[in-house]
Design a protein around this ligand. Structure first.
Ligand code: SF4
Length: 581
């Protein structure tokens, strides 16, 4: 289980490493097993561990840890005990389990190569520092909030900061002694780390252009805020079978990757009832990727929180809890099918039928928001993608100052490791763009700088096999050198670098997806390398990239390989053709 620290965090599968629950008190453990329940599968006592079928006895150490004590309760121990007693006093089940409920993972100790990831014990892989994930629901940040995160990074996190592909910001090198002070700082500007990791409802993704897009169908922000107010940090949903990922976007540009979420609300216009949301369930990547499926239901804005609560309740009650690698909602949806899922949602949870509705209108253009574009109110928004999402606290502070100096107070995180600055008056744009350029944030980047993502990788992640961030940054520079001016003219080609099979940076839906592994080079040595997936994507031709036989390449071969693939595509493509076609 998540002893590791996922950080580009699309869909890390923590199933391989059980949390150490041995140190837990047994006071609240049931004295006897529950009566045999109906629905047992594979003839096992306890079936798949579905609560709704009567299986409440924990079937694995992760479930035991959650039953022994709610993950949210660890905050009090951090504030009252661990901040004073330090790392060595932390209960193992808190350290490698419940800390995640407050966005904290131990990070990988420096100097451990990826070849040893699978053989070392969690405590051998970690050091005494933490990654801290700050959730930014809807991706919405004020200037003050951005500056505060930057200041926290500079003061407590060795100036580290990574923008993730789920609208979070991750800090590294955090010590448990400093965590309460960090909470005080970020909560003072409306941010939180509550349920940023763990078997809980994670950050709610929203369109970066919510409320300002000229072509917006509906603004989902009120629903994001209402779900946060009612349910996040509540024990009602703080013990799920696994993580639960939500996306809500009324943008016709489908800019939240709704196809790969446990639940997604996608803006549509009902022919009689008007704008609302189309409901999707059961998407997710990781090692068993599945695309979400439509339930065929139209949900008005004010009913989104209730429907969300119904779906997550199904997951809590019927989700599989025996095996971590089958505990995501997608497996239940796949087994039940969408008709049964909708029927259970309506009859057992909502107590009313849902309204049938239309599918989202196809969209086949760019989903990102890089560049300068008009808003719906005559002002402009400006989007940048820091290379593979890597920034620093110092840069965030400078960015906050720059944005404030140009009259904006709204920044949005994107779902591809980028940022958008809203509400820029036309006469401020040139100066803002020049200032961004000085910070290394171009509004007209090459396709490589614009479209490359990388997960955390070997630098900090305990599940990693290969380096990703530094490799990605060097790769962008190298490809820009090789392609020269052509790099700015190339069509969008997404390149996603992942440090292991968990696909936090979405290996399977990139044009070129790189999955970290150890490979054998020409000299017969075991070195860092990648399995290549080609031609994945979302949108009209949504599908997972194909593993290409024989396309396991060493890390050193990556620039040559990508150069060959991109040149070949560029030479042969028809006008308007996308890589995945
Ligand atoms: Fe996720 Fe990357 Fe870590 Fe693997 S190495 S778990 S893909 S962050």
């Amino acid at each position: 289980m998540p002893t590791a620290q996922p950080a580009t965090e699309t869909s890390v599968d923590h199933g391989s490493r059980p949390v150490d629950a041995t140190a837990q008190p047994a006071a609240d453990r049931p004295a006897r097993r529950p009566a045999p329940a109906r629905g047992a599968r594979h003839g096992r006592p306890g079936g798949q561990g579905q609560w709704a079928l009567g299986y409440r006895e924990p079937l694995n150490p992760n479930e035991r840890m959650k039953k022994d004590d709610d993950g949210l309760h660890v905050r009090a121990r951090i504030e009252n005990r661990y901040r004073h007693t330090g790392f060595d006093d932390i209960d193992p089940a808190d350290l490698r389990g419940r800390f995640r409920w407050w966005g904290l993972y131990t990070q990988r100790a420096p100097g451990i190569d990826g070849g040893r990831t699978a053989v070392l014990e969690p405590e051998e892989l970690e050091d005494k520092y933490f990654m801290m994930r700050v959730r930014i629901d809807g991706g919405q940040l004020s200037v003050d909030a951005l500056r505060t995160v930057g200041e926290v990074s500079a003061k407590y996190a060795r100036d580290t900061a990574d923008l993730t592909d789920r609208q979070n910001i991750q800090l590294h090198w955090v010590q448990v002694q400093d965590v309460p002070d960090i909470w005080e700082a970020i909560e003072g500007v409306g941010l939180t780390t509550a349920e940023a990791c763990g078997d809980v409802p994670r950050v709610i993704l929203g369109s970066p252009l919510a409320g300002v897009a000229a072509d917006e169908i509906i603004d989902g922000t009120p629903a994001v805020h209402e779900i946060l107010r009612r349910y996040i940090g509540s024990e009602e949903f703080s013990n799920l079978p696994r993580k639960f990922k939500t996306a809500i976007s009324g943008s016709p540009r489908h800019d939240v990757a709704h196809e790969i979420h446990d639940i997604a609300f996608v803006g549509v216009v009902h022919p009689e009832r008007g704008p609302g949301f189309d409901l999707w369930v059961g998407g997710g990547l990781s090692t068993n990727p599945m695309l979400g499926q439509r339930l065929g239901a139209w949900v008005p804005l004010d009913e989104v929180p209730d429907v969300w609560a119904g779906v997550i309740s199904i997951f809590r009650d019927y989700g599989y809890r025996r095996l971590r690698n089958r505990a995501r909602l997608k497996f239940l949806v796949a087994d039940w099918g969408v008709e049964k899922f909708r029927e259970v949602l309506e009859s057992e949870y909502l107590k009313r039928p849902l309204i049938d509705g239309p599918a989202p209108v196809d969209y086949d253009g760019p989903r990102d928001h890089v560049g300068v574009h008009p808003q719906n109110d005559g002002r402009l928004y400006v989007g940048v993608n820091p290379t593979v999402g890597r920034v620093t606290g110092t840069l965030l502070i400078k960015l906050a100052d720059l944005v404030a100096a140009h009259g904006s107070d709204r920044i949005r995180m994107t779902t591809d490791q980028g940022l958008v600055i809203l509400d820029v008056e036309p006469d401020q744009v040139d100066s803002l763009v020049a200032g961004l350029d000085e910070l290394g944030l171009s509004v007209t980047p090459s396709t490589f700088r614009r479209n490359m993502m990388a997960c955390t990788g070997l630098e900090f992640c305990k599940l990693a096999i290969v380096d990703t961030k530094a490799r990605g940054i060097a790769l962008v520079d190298e490809l820009e050198n090789r392609f020269g001016e052509q790099a700015a003219q190339l069509p969008a080609i997404t390149i996603n670098i992942n440090g292991c099979p968990n696909a936090c940076a979405r290996t399977q839906i990139a044009d070129i997806g790189l999955k970290g592994m150890i490979v054998t080079n020409d000299a017969g040595e075991q070195v860092e390398g990648f399995q290549v997936h080609l031609g994945g994507g979302l949108g009209l031709d949504a599908g997972f990239g194909r593993k290409v036989r024989g396309h396991k390449i060493t890390g050193d071969d990556v620039p040559d390989y990508i150069e060959r693939v991109v040149k070949s595509f560029d030479a042969q493509r028809h006008e308007g053709e996308r890589f995945a076609q």
